[in-house]
Design a protein around this ligand. Structure first.
Ligand SMILES: [Zn+2]
Length: 591
């Protein structure tokens, strides 16, 4: 609801989609009472995505005026400016931002749609960050049919969501992205809280009501998880941290991703993954989309409220290091799929398939023996977010292994019968007052609820690189592990792309391909088997030509030179297949 007596915002950003064909927003920032030497800067990163992205590279034509007079603007470095002005009258700063990145992390503008994060469009006025910030969204004449959606508080609502919104401070302003365009929009309540889902880019087959209903189930399960202790008596139900919530889903031909915010999320997904009218089955693509929705919604509690102590105040000017992404991304990844099961949108078999996939991703990454998840968290800025041909060998994902660390804690706690990871998460929420936390807080809650110290497990699973005790723990909860023959790429120890020829993308540490001397970027042309030589069209044809032979010669091209490499095809490389042995034993865990 709009506020009846609007507080005067000291900073006012007027955002206008100025040129749809040139993909340019025009931003006019008015600072009511500037500082004498007013510093301005644009963030170099967006919280939730741990890479320095240098958003200022898209900012141009920066100018400043006061009382109608142009002022000199001095650029101090790649993203800081300084304006020499007088504090007694408003300072007006104008600039343009080029917006042509169709992701959830920056900004986009064309004739179909607009989207932006404040970190891409809103200069930070140093020293004034804690004052109220107003955002005025202008609907241009060419886009009169567009709607706008944001989780900011409406101050002076205009037509179709345009108008003026208010943020309590700069942090809130840049934590509430804006979606504009021809939007499908639906609403529901979960836990008494109003939720809205807006979708851009859909086709005629989109089953909007199904997506809305499944999203509601996920939100309700997540709110129950954090705020209702099952079976507890006499304990007051706590309230969700948000008074409203907005899902902004951008549907494209090919894309996947999401970014969490305090009371909204920006999502991008493939059109093929949307539910279709007249189809009731749960496709893998739709399941992936629901997993993304579940993941970002869980973050509302786990990383936006409960968050690394290092993120108490974001530093927008550089890397913000933490060792805790295994907890905030990994544990969120554990619960995103688990809550799909608990919400009843997938069954036990589908859940175990998702878990199976995560386990095999970790077991197939040699980097798990090189890097702990705590190190992976700290290094996210230069490793996870800058993946290359060596990533699988040198790093481990704090998402996937972090999810398995959560699984190991949960199954250990359940096996010992004192508590569950669910209870630990809720206890952390209370202990840290829904705010900054450290690993010591997690260790303390584990000890308190689990009845013993878990220092050994933290050292081994979080700070160590030895294998996790997955098989043993799964067996205790009714799930057996069967070993199947691995696919050929895994058997050879490589990853290839077959888009244009067979091109090696990654050579896995210690595998047959590495022993043969195959390198990333090699084009695999053919194979010699006995007295015959064959041109390979697809890598999988290798086994057809090899027959019973284990010793082959791989013909690869590297820098136009053709190399003949002796390759030993290993007999037995296996992957895990989870098998449900006892549905009764799995019930307390999967709910
Ligand atoms: Zn996440």
């Amino acid at each position: 609801m709009p506020r009846t007596s609007p507080p005067a915002a000291s900073l006012h950003y007027r955002v206008e989609p100025a040129d749809l064909h040139a993909h340019l927003y025009r931003v006019t920032l008015t600072i009511g009472q500037p500082e004498t030497l007013q510093r301005l800067s644009l963030p170099v990163w967006i919280p939730g995505s741990y890479l320095v992205r240098e958003f200022s590279k898209n900012l141009q034509r920066l100018s400043a005026r006061q009382e109608g007079r142009a002022l000199p603007v001095q650029q101090l470095d790649k993203c800081h400016w300084q304006v020499d002005c007088v504090p007694s009258s408003p300072l007006v700063v104008s600039y343009e931002v080029y917006a042509f990145d169709n992701s959830v992390r920056t900004a986009w503008l064309d004739t179909q749609r607009g989207f932006f994060n404040g970190t891409s469009l809103c200069l930070r006025a140093h020293g004034l960050e804690s004052l109220p910030h107003a955002l005025e969204l202008i609907a241009g004449k060419h886009i009169a049919h567009w709607e706008a959606a944001t989780a900011l508080t409406p101050l002076k609502p205009g037509k179709k969501g345009f108008g003026t919104y208010l943020a309590a401070d700069y942090d809130e302003l840049v934590d509430c992205p804006v979606e504009m365009g021809s939007l499908w929009s639906g609403e529901f309540k979960a836990g008494g809280v109003p939720h809205r889902l807006v979708v851009a880019g859909t086709s005629e087959s989109f089953d909007a009501q199904r997506l809305l209903a499944d999203t509601q189930k996920i939100c309700e399960a997540t709110i129950r998880f954090w705020h209702e202790k099952p079976g507890a008596t006499g304990r007051a139900r706590t309230r969700p941290p948000h008074r409203s919530y907005l899902f902004m889903l951008n549907v494209v031909d090919d894309g996947y991703g999401g970014l969490e915010h305090r009371n909204s999320t920006a999502l991008i997904a493939s059109r093929r993954d949307l539910p279709r009218l007249g189809e009731a089955r749960m496709g893998e693509g739709y399941q992936t989309l629901l997993g993304l929705i579940s993941h970002e919604y869980f973050h509302t509690w786990n990383v936006k409220q409960l968050r690394p102590a290092e993120f108490t105040h974001y530093d927008y000017s550089g890397e913000n290091y933490t060792q805790l992404l295994w907890f905030f991304e990994g544990f969120t990844s554990y619960y995103d799929d688990l809550l799909l099961r608990r919400a009843g949108v997938i069954d036990d078999g589908a859940y175990l398939k998702l878990l199976n996939k995560t386990i095999n991703q970790v077991l197939q990454a040699p980097g798990r023996e090189v890097q702990s998840v705590a190190q992976a968290s700290f290094d996210a800025w230069v490793k996870y977010y800058r993946q290359d041909e060596n990533t699988a060998n040198a790093t481990i994902s704090y998402y996937t292994k972090g999810a398995l660390v959560a699984l190991c804690f949960d199954l250990t706690l359940r096996a010992e019968g004192q508590t569950t990871l669910d209870d630990v998460m809720r206890a952390l929420w209370h202990r840290c007052k829904a705010g900054p936390m450290t690993e010591a807080d997690f260790a303390a809650v584990l000890k308190e609820l689990g009845g013993r110290s878990f220092a050994r497990e933290l050292a081994a699973w979080v700070h160590g690189t030895r294998e996790l005790p997955l098989q043993d723990l799964l067996r205790k909860h009714g799930v057996d592990v069967a070993e199947d023959p691995a696919q050929l790429q895994q058997r050879l120890g490589l990853r290839v792309s077959e888009a244009s020829g067979i091109v090696v993308k990654t050579v896995l540490r210690g595998g047959a391909a590495e022993q043969a001397g195959i390198a990333a970027n090699d084009e695999w042309l053919g194979v010699e088997v006995g007295a015959s030589a064959w041109r390979l069209a697809k890598l999988d044809d290798l086994t057809m030509y090899a027959g019973p032979h284990r010793k082959l010669t791989a013909l690869v091209a590297r820098d136009r030179r053709i190399l003949r490499l002796d390759l030993n095809l290993p007999a037995s490389v296996t992957t895990w297949r989870l098998v449900l042995r006892d549905a009764g034993q799995i019930r307390p865990w999967l709910g």
